[in-house]
Design a protein around this ligand. Structure first.
Ligand code: B16
Ligand code: MG
Length: 216
């Protein structure tokens, strides 16, 4: 494709490196529940909302739990997570992100954020990116978590762009699936063997230019 009208960026794992913080926080909860939890299990939770992630951990352990208790655990996970990320600064923006976003802006490509995270707004503020995106859709705006395409479709709609004219940058299997389900092109950020469903996969956000879109 030529240059897209809009690029939609995932937050955790694409713009900022919060993936280890989510992993540590979920591992704390899983350990409390006696559920084995490694990087492989964590991979399945990337991009998935807090409540859905908790339910997946319970399913992994074959545990049944009342909704009230689920909420207690998800709140606890978020406390651990927020404690880890509380010292975030602009230095926590992943390498290459600022340069690529600047290039896209210079070329009049619209920019959207599409994150499952309810902590999205506070993270954007902490890293000084609250005014960067033309629209920022986060976990507080959606009723369906990735792999449902809602978060990306809301972004495209707000900018009045057809899904086919959007390119999504995603580090999660669930996020790649969401982009595809929404009829968008997707560039996976990470490992090709994990993100093989994406139209193209890059290892990170470093040294990107507009030729990346020729691969789609
Ligand atoms: P929160 P993304 C996702 O963000 C994370 O990948 C996922 O691990 C997390 O559970 C989800 O946000 C919800 O986050 O607990 O902060 O509301 O990758 O879609 O930017
Ligand atoms: Mg992500």
């Amino acid at each position: 494709m030529n240059r897209p009208k809009c690029c939609i960026f995932d937050l955790d794992g694409v713009i900022v490196d919060t993936v280890p913080a989510h992993f540590i926080a979920w591992k704390t909860i899983a350990a409390e529940l006696g559920v084995p939890f490694s990087e492989a299990e964590n991979e399945q939770l990337k991009g998935v909302s807090r409540t859905s992630s908790m339910k997946r951990i319970l399913a992994m352990g074959g545990i049944k739990m009342e909704e009230e208790e689920v909420l207690t655990f998800t709140n606890k996970k978020n406390e651990v997570y927020r404690k880890i990320i509380s010292k975030m600064t602009p230095h926590d923006i992943l390498p290459g992100v600022v340069d690529f976003i600047t290039l896209l802006k210079e070329n009049n490509v619209l920019l959207a954020l599409g994150t499952s995270s309810k902590n999205g707004p506070s993270i954007l503020k902490a890293v000084g990116m609250e005014d960067v995106f033309d629209v920022a859709i986060d976990g507080t705006h959606v009723s369906h978590s990735k792999p449902d395409p809602e978060v990306f479709l809301l972004g495209a709609k707000a900018l009045n762009v057809n899904p086919a004219d959007c390119v999504v940058f995603e580090d999660a299997i669930s996020g790649v699936q969401a982009a595809l389900a929404g009829g968008m092109k997707c560039i996976g950020v990470g490992q090709p063997d994990i993100l093989y469903q994406a139209h193209a996969v890059i290892p990170d956000m470093k040294n990107l230019d507009l030729t990346i879109f020729e691969k789609l």
